[in-house]
Design a protein around this ligand. Structure first.
Ligand SMILES: *Cc1c(COP(=O)(O)O)cnc(C)c1O
Length: 452
């Protein structure tokens, strides 16, 4: 399998190179040259363990990695999850399920992709006898998950930028209390989008990227999207057969990365009825899927901070397919968007994709309602997904974080303070963070001093 850039002006790459490169040199995102058709494969995969399913799926895409090596990488990636099913599917009532994606080392769904990505990087460093410096911007969970994917791995360093004061105290501890020499947490004076923009500029400097062997670990990395396809398939295969074609996945959404993974799977021939994008009050995607207009506005910090973004970076991949995989048209659209901050969107698949919006004021009430109705505690991101479930479809709500990561919100809502042993341990450890201005130059200076 080879990968092309959405913008069509970068060389085609194999899987490992596309993963190492992150953002394509033409500023596009890598996508499979052709999405495979899985309709003959998935029926044989029911009953596989999570890691085995992941291996069967990933070997189609990572065809440049020898099979036995890939199997080791995949198996290793899911050993740090603390639930035997890795991604347990919990039935709340006959039409409502929760897919718990928070049993990994940082208690949020991003571990699914970033444990795998960390092991892919390690494999690459060893194979090429090279070091790699991984950079990413985070609104909370990505950074923690990326760090825990690479912690202590030889030949790697990781630099994570996060908006100072705008991630939860526990998220900050997960990034800053690692004690690992190869981990650098940079507290940026600005918003997540400021951090991401600075990073984008840094990566646009081809020479700088190459000299310092930089790789991006934001949500646009190809391996992340592919790794995330697996849990949709895993959940779908565990549903009663009669429910499968009626299922709508309800996805707490920020960058569109998570929902894109599910949507790809549907395009690969897994008959999923639909996806609902659940946004918080930062609702660019909600506005898009209800009015057709994609327009950037300012970020408002919310109770579901990992969805506090306004530019949904993975959206470009969706747009690419929506425009008939036509890179020239995509470039034209992106140029208009860059110039005006808005784009009028036609002709998206409203039957497959719908959206809901959950302002902060409603989050505690939803946590309370779900607790009363089902005896189940959801974190503030997952709460956004419970805002309104389809009356006709079977809903599988993706629970993207453990409630234990957001104890204050849960305490306010239902008077219970959730905890988790891994978070309790963190409270004993010293915080190590570096305060840096949100300018590409300041960040570049820091990185150059600490690369491996
Ligand atoms: C990152 C994150 C999201 C949003 O995921 P996207 O891939 O950006 O859509 C939702 N919930 C939690 C808990 C997250 O960490």
């Amino acid at each position: 399998m080879r990968y092309v850039s959405t913008r069509g002006q970068a060389p085609k790459l194999g899987f490992s190179d596309a993963v190492a490169t992150g953002l394509a040199p033409d500023a596009g995102l890598y996508v499979p040259e052709k999405l495979p058709d899985l309709s003959a494969s998935w029926p044989q995969w029911a009953g596989l363990s999570y890691a085995d399913l992941c291996f069967e799926f990933m070997r189609i895409f990572a065809s440049d990695i020898p099979s036995d090596v890939l199997r080791d990488i995949v198996t290793k990636s899911y050993t740090k999850f603390d639930h035997p099913e890795t991604a347990p599917l919990i039935q709340l009532d006959p039409r409502t399920y929760v897919l718990e994606l928070f049993h990994g080392p940082t208690l949020a769904f991003k571990d699914f992709a970033l444990q795998l990505l960390g092991n892919l990087y390690e494999h690459q460093c060893a194979g090429r006898k090279q070091t790699i410096n991984v950079l990413g911007a985070t609104s909370g969970d990505t950074g923690a998950a990326a760090i825990h994917g690479l912690i202590g791995k030889p030949g790697t360093a990781i630099f994570i930028l996060y908006p100072d004061g705008r991630v939860s105290p526990l998220q900050e501890r997960q990034m800053t209390c690692t004690g690992a020499d190869n981990v650098h947490a940079l507290a940026i004076n600005g918003s997540f989008d400021d951090a991401q923009l600075a990073l984008k500029e840094l990566f646009a400097d081809q020479a700088f990227r190459t000299t310092h062997r930089l790789s991006a670990v934001n949500s646009i990395n190809l391996a992340r999207v592919l790794a995330q396809c697996v849990y949709y398939l895993y959940a779908w295969l565990r549903l009663p057969v009669a429910d499968r074609a009626k299922v709508e996945f309800v996805v707490p959404t920020g960058n569109f990365g998570n929902v894109l993974a599910g949507w790809w799977l549907q395009k690969m021939g897994v008959p999923i009825a639909g996806f609902k994008l659940a946004t918080n009050q930062n609702d660019i995607l909600y506005r898009l899927f209800t009015t057709g207009e994609y327009r950037v506005s300012a970020v408002e910090p919310s109770l579901a901070p990992s969805m506090d973004i306004q530019v949904a970076s993975n959206f470009e991949r969706f747009l690419y397919y929506n425009l008939g995989e036509d890179s020239e048209r995509l470039r034209a659209v992106m140029a208009v968007f860059k110039q005006t901050g808005a784009y009028r969107f036609e002709n998206f698949d409203a039957d497959t994709l719908s959206a809901s919006r959950c302002p902060d004021a409603e989050i505690p009430g939803i946590i309370r309602r779900v607790h009363q109705q089902f005896g189940y505690v959801v974190d503030p991101h997952t709460a956004c997904a419970f805002k309104e479930l389809s009356p006709e479809r079977v809903s599988v709500v993706l629970a993207t974080a453990s409630p234990a990561k957001f104890p204050d919100t849960i305490q306010d809502a239902i008077g219970i303070e959730p905890t988790h042993p891994s978070l309790e341990r963190l409270k004993e450890l010293p915080i190590v963070k570096h305060c840096v201005a949100a300018s590409p130059q300041a960040i570049a200076d820091f990185v150059v001093k600490h690369t491996v």
